[in-house]
Design a protein around this ligand. Structure first.
Ligand SMILES: Cc1ncc(C[n+]2csc(CCOP(=O)(O)OP(=O)(O)O)c2C)c(N)n1
Ligand SMILES: CC(=O)[C@@H](O)[C@H](O)COP(=O)(O)O
Ligand SMILES: [Mg+2]
Length: 627
């Protein structure tokens, strides 16, 4: 156990710049201990943050932050940065409702350059800052820290290509731990891998030198030429050739855990570099916590856990998650349909596709953090007769709207999108809440849009989508299902048909997807107060069951819609437009999220705050009826 004497004295990075190297090494230990102790309570992105402790210290030590700008890609690795920049006292509130964010956030600190949470934006932000600095003659350094996983995204390469071409004064630090959330994938990752670095490079170089020297004078001459041309040797033997082709000077690879290497290298880059430079740093994900080092994927993001054993703290028994049921059902369907393909953008575990990957390795694709490519890749598969299913988080799918519209829906291809983490997701907060999907997807022609009320409906909807022959999106939330029994037989649901769950004469409750069960609970309570609410599960947002909705709107004379999504443009507005189209001018109230980003907190708290839990629905119904 380390006594936290140094960390307590660090009010800002200015304080750490006064420390000697040995103190910085002790401080690294203290940072690790604080991160482990806190995340064991709050949950969070443990392994990514443990991997960059020394790198964080070195960056703040060498660069004049906050004047110099430090941009953390994704931002899930910024816990040491938070602890060093004035947030030690509030660190125990990490990811809690009302507490500090798990990601960089400018309202929290002037050291946080920009809000992040989604991957692969850092080089673009950095290039923009550097270009503005050149135009405005602002003298400061801009440093983007990006992981090898984040480097698999097209956006990172668009930015490298542009920044390299512009010759901007930009420092990119590539934090290479050979891991995305799971093992990193793709040609680039094996190219960058440390198999090509360190010892192997040296061995290769020695081998070539030996061979050349054996050729006597000719060989010696070639060797002299190669040695003179450092660029040339580097290009042959290090991943530098890729970045140098993009006009970035390549420095490295260096160990990201040795402050005595990191500090002089970064100082040198700071003082002697002008133009784009990439510093390749090799780190170990989860460094310093044995369980996380052994299983970096499992400790990427964790709930609360016991520090000694590394085991999750016992949670109350929950129903299987929507994610799990999705994964199981896809496997089941794929057993009899050889055209089913599973696709993920770097999230095989998070999306529940891992069992599919194990069972059908030749029909499973992890494309890296590349949602846009994943979508058009799925379209290509569909074009060739396959039935691809892309499982993706709602907020990450925001990236691929054009691909969905232009490459999937315009050609009307049978691609299924399993849109996990729709609605609020909890502690990851505003970057990750999936609240815009209904509003974004609703206007897209040819798209069938389904919203299961529970996990049983989810399995039938997946079956329906994969047999539809046209684009389909299945929208379901993060976390446990409702604990309902699963039908043994999968069936195709009639497209565009909702289901009347409860008759009533006083008002019509129209809840979307995961709001159906809370609405039923509200209807039960209203009934005890003598109010008869009809409840319809619309099942489909597109096409809407206009006949059923209009009939019950007419019978009840009042409609209350509820959705775990933004009000503007969402399910409620679809219902209003439907009623209007049918000349039905009954009063409608829409419950959902107002025009503001939603903060972090447990899902139940956020649902309650927005008035879309059963109590909120009941209250809104009562208030509606009083008018
Ligand atoms: C657009 C987008 N897609 C997916 C994710 C989910 N995600 C968060 S971190 C991560 C892996 C990042 O790997 P890397 O950049 O190497 O960082 P490491 O965790 O290894 O430090 C992924 C896939 C995301 N945040 N943003
Ligand atoms: C940083 C990031 O984007 C992911 O690690 C995300 O936090 C995972 O979320 P889930 O916990 O919902 O899988
Ligand atoms: Mg990585």
């Amino acid at each position: 156990m380390v006594r936290k004497k140094l960390l307590a004295g660090i009010g800002s990075p200015q304080d750490l710049r006064e420390l000697a190297l040995a103190d910085l090494e002790d401080l690294a230990e203290e940072l690790r201990e604080s991160i482990i102790e806190t995340v064991a309570e709050t949950g969070g992105h443990l392994a990514p943050s443990l991997g960059v402790v020394e790198l964080t210290l070195a960056l703040h030590y060498v660069f004049d932050t906050p004047k110099d700008k430090l941009i953390w890609d994704v931002g899930h690795q910024a816990y040491a940065h938070k602890l060093l920049t004035g947030r030690l006292a509030r660190f125990h509130t990490l990811r809690q409702y009302g507490g500090i964010s798990g990601f960089p956030k400018r309202v929290e600190s002037e050291y946080d350059t920009i809000e992040t949470g989604h991957s692969s934006t850092s080089i673009s932000f950095g290039a923009g800052l550097a270009a503005a600095d050149r135009i405005r003659k602002n003298r400061r350094k801009v440093v983007a820290v990006i992981g090898d996983g984040a480097m698999t995204a097209g956006m990172a390469f668009e930015a490298l290509n542009h920044a390299g071409g512009m010759d901007e004064d930009l420092i990119v630090v590539l934090n290479d731990n050979e891991m995305s959330i799971s093992e990193n994938v793709g040609a680039l990752s094996s190219f960058m891998s440390r198999r090509m670095t360190g010892k192997t490079v040296r061995r290769l170089r020695d081998h070539v030198e030996e061979r050349l020297l054996a050729l006597s004078t000719v060989g010696e001459n070639i060797l002299a030429l190669l040695r003179k041309s450092e660029e040339c040797t580097k290009a042959f033997f290090t991943p530098g050739m890729l970045f140098e082709a993009l006009k970035f000077k390549y420095v490295g690879p260096i160990s990201g855990h040795q402050l005595e290497d990191l500090i002089p290298t970064l100082t040198n880059v700071r003082d002697h570099n002008h133009g784009p430079v990439l510093v390749h740093v090799i780190t170990t994900k989860g460094k310093g916590y044995v369980h996380a080092e052994r299983q970096p994927g499992s400790y990427h993001g964790v709930g609360s856990f016991d520090i000694a054993s590394g085991k999750p703290r016992a949670q109350p028994e929950a129903a299987p998650s929507y994610t799990k049921i999705f994964g199981q059902t896809l496997c089941r369907i794929a057993e009899t349909n050889p055209c089913i393909v599973g696709i993920t953008a770097a999230m095989p575990d998070g999306t529940g596709l891992a069992p599919f990957a194990a069972a059908f390795p030749e029909r499973f694709f992890d494309v890296g953090i590349a949602e846009q490519h994943a979508t058009t890749f799925a379209a290509g598969l569909a074009l060739a007769g396959m039935r691809p299913c892309l499982a993706v988080y709602s907020s990450f799918m925001q990236r691929a709207m054009d691909q969905l519209i232009h490459d999937v829906c315009l050609p009307n291809l049978p691609v299924t999108i399993a849109l996990d983490r729709s609605g609020v997701v909890g502690e990851d907060g505003p970057t990750h809440h999936g609240v815009f999907d209904l509003a974004c997807l609703r206007p897209v022609p040819n798209l069938t849009l389904m919203m299961p009320a529970d996990e049983n409906e989810l399995q039938h909807m997946l079956y329906t989508a994969l047999n539809l022959g046209s684009p389909a999106v299945l929208r379901y939330p993060r976390g446990a299902g409702c604990g309902v029994a699963l039908d043994a037989e999968l069936k195709a649901l009639p497209v565009g048909r909702g289901e009347l769950l409860r008759a009533g004469s006083d008002l019509l409750l129209l809840p979307a997807g995961n709001r159906v069960h809370p609405a039923l609970a509200a209807a039960d309570r209203l009934a005890r107060a003598g109010i008869q609410a009809a409840v319809i599960n619309p099942r489909f947002l597109k096409p809407l069951d206009e006949g059923l909705i209009c009939a019950w709107a007419r019978k009840t004379g009042r409609v209350l819609t509820v959705e775990d999504g933004c009000i503007a443009g969402g399910f409620g507005s679809a219902v209003m437009q439907c009623l209007q189209r049918h000349g039905l001018y009954v009063p409608v109230r829409t419950l959902g999220y107002q025009d503001a980003f939603i903060e972090q907190g447990p899902q139940a708290t956020l649902w309650r705050e927005a008035g879309i839990d059963s109590g909120g629905i009941e209250q809104s119904a009562l208030a509606f009826l009083k008018r």
